[in-house]
Design a protein around this ligand. Structure first.
Ligand code: PPE
Length: 313
């Protein structure tokens, strides 16, 4: 269950958690007209720090643009407001959920006359796929549901409506005893999990589906690609046939919520040795080093919530 915090940001103002309510006839409720983000803030020795804040806000504005939605705030304004929100809620680490949606006004498919409402909320959120997932790996399946096809719903937009497809994948997986499901794209190639991008390692080379395979352009995906290049591990963005999953040495998920989670079996076929592999572990070490503040933030990925105090003269 969600643990409420004190404040939520709405259209430029801080309001109480319990006052962040909408009318049942808001456009978004009937027609799914929302875009959103998921961002993590980590506890570091310099205080709470938000991971790749600007990149997430840029994607939010991109998502809105695809749907002709004018958010009315810049990347800088949304980023500043996020830092302020974490500060006023006095959290050391949390998950941030920016949301923009078509609000109350008219009913009918045309959204253009309804107001756009922008919210930022945050709360404490633990591990996504279970406590042991990060070290032990998870058991997953290939879903009988495909990901959204091109020319149906745009996958580059992180829109609420896309998650109806994710829910079908997730529910089917959970009810069949798996932690997560992998969606194939409309052509039958590997796409992504219900809320994670996917990576396949074979013979020391990392493969991930290209943006054309109906994947969300994940910020953690980009992080993994960057860290792999830093480690001089070859990476390719390429079409991945389903059966590559079964003959891979390692497979792992990436995502803000899932971070870097190893996959130990797919459709009950063991992946590699059935435990976290060396490439996955090396990437986790880099990633967790940076987000915990223990390794240098060499790519400038962390935004400190509390601005550093000026040096005493
Ligand atoms: N694909 C999908 C479909 C997806 O939802 C996410 C994030 C990703 C890939 C990874 O993107 P990124 O977080 O930028 O690396 N899923 C978010 C929502 C999870 C939820 O249950 O809600 C997340 O990880 O925060």
């Amino acid at each position: 269950m969600l643990t409420p915090t004190e404040k939520i940001w709405h259209n430029g103002r801080l309001i109480n958690w319990d006052d962040a309510r909408i009318h049942v006839l808001s456009h978004v409720v009937s027609y799914g007209s929302s875009v959103f983000e998921g961002i993590r803030c980590y506890a570091t020795s310099s205080g709470p720090a938000v991971f790749r804040l600007r990149e997430h806000m840029r994607r939010m504005i991109d998502s809105a643009r695809i749907y002709r939605m004018d958010i009315g705030y810049t990347i800088e304004q949304l980023s500043e407001a996020s830092l302020e929100l974490v500060r006023v809620n006095k959290l050391q680490s949390c998950y941030l959920r920016p949301l923009a949606f078509r609000g109350y006004g008219e009913i009918g498919v045309n959204p253009l006359r309804n107001p756009v409402e922008v919210y930022l909320a945050c709360w404490e959120w633990g591990k996504y796929l279970g406590e042991e997932a990060l070290s032990q790996g998870v058991d997953v399946c290939v879903s009988s549901w495909n990901r959204i096809a091109p020319n149906t719903l745009p996958a580059l937009a992180k829109a609420g409506a896309n998650y109806m497809n994710s829910q079908l994948i997730k529910m089917e997986a959970l009810l069949n005893g798996y932690a997560e499901g992998i969606g194939l794209d409309a052509a039958g190639y590997v796409s992504e999990g219900s809320g994670e991008n996917i990576f396949v390692v074979r013979d020391g080379r990392i493969h991930t589906p290209p943006l054309g395979a109906s994947v969300l352009p994940g910020i953690t995906r980009d992080t993994v690609l960057t860290l792999a290049r830093d480690l001089q591990i070859p990476v390719v963005e390429t079409i991945i046939p389903r059966e590559m999953l079964y003959i891979a040495d390692e497979v792992f998920f990436s995502g803000t919520a899932a971070e870097i989670t190893p996959i130990r079996s797919i459709d009950k076929i063991q992946v590699g040795k059935g435990s976290r592999g060396p490439v996955t572990e090396a990437l986790q070490t880099e990633f967790f080093g940076i987000i915990s503040g223990k390794a240098p933030d060499r790519h400038g990925w962390l935004s400190l919530v509390n601005a550093p105090q000026p040096a005493v003269q």
